[in-house]
Design a binder for this molecule. Structure first.
Ligand code: HEM
Length: 212
């Protein structure tokens, strides 16, 4: 097997495992998963993720016009901005009023710098799309913690419901079918590592805000 024909998804998973573990074990994410995060911190997190997704999805939509890879991997339902808007409105937050925390500002700048690199944008997108795997479990815990029911308020954490597994497998398959060059595969990986680190940074910012 040449390097080019190795599964890009296998490479992504293996080379970001350390960062996934760091993200998963971050105090913020742990409190989140245990349902012990105050509700306003959860809403704060949704606000920051709204800004991240808005920037990334805007660039993905633009780049899709000239990138077949983006067109074949990303479908409309993967765009999370509508789910985030629905959740924020449920919590009476005006999406236009959200101020970026430092980590969010940095990742938005990075996203915009990658505007003309489809593989990098897909590397960023991989992390957020993949995070739905764990978020679905977190959503279940938050139902009892915050007295929520499936739907508005929890849409972002569980956008696909019972189709989660099927959609993740389809995402993996289409990514592997693209046949990324070695250079693009390197870009994917680098961008994915940046996005994981950014989530850790944003989680740090949200924790710092909570204690200040
Ligand atoms: C408490 C927090 C978390 C838990 C419990 C969790 C759990 C999981 C689980 C169980 C999977 C495996 C899905 C499967 O292949 O069957 C997964 C995959 C994944 N998660 Fe998380 N996760 C957490 C946080 C995060 C965060 C914060 C991110 C990044 C924003 C993230 C990104 C990903 C990605 C990209 C994958 C796909 C890995 C692959 O390529 O197969 N996760 N997570």
């Amino acid at each position: 097997m040449t390097e080019e024909t190795q599964s890009v998804m296998k490479r992504l998973r293996e080379s970001t495992r350390d960062l996934h573990d760091a993200a998963e074990h971050h105090d913020f994410q742990r409190a989140f998963a245990q349902g012990s995060l105050p509700r306003d911190r959860y809403v704060g997190y949704l606000g920051q993720m709204y800004l991240v997704h808005k920037a990334l999805e805007g660039q993905l939509r633009n780049a899709a016009e000239s990138s077949e890879a983006i067109r074949s991997v990303v479908d409309e339902r993967q765009y999370q901005v509508p789910y985030l808007v629905e959740d924020l409105e449920f919590f009476d937050v005006d999406p236009d009023s959200i101020e970026p925390l430092p980590g969010t500002r940095r990742v938005v700048d990075e996203i915009n710098q990658m505007a003309s690199e489809p593989a990098s944008l897909l590397g960023l997108h991989y992390v957020l799309e993949g995070s739905n795997n764990g978020s679905r479990f977190i959503a279940r815990g938050l139902m009892s913690a915050y007295g929520l029911t499936p739907g508005p308020g929890l849409r972002y954490l569980d956008p696909y419901g019972d189709e989660q597994r099927e959609r993740w497998l389809a995402f993996r398959a289409t990514m592997d079918e693209v046949g990324f060059s070695q250079e693009d595969s390197d870009r994917l990986l680098e961008a994915a590592r940046h996005m994981f680190q950014s989530i850790v940074d944003i989680s740090d910012d949200l924790l710092a805000e909570a204690v200040s």
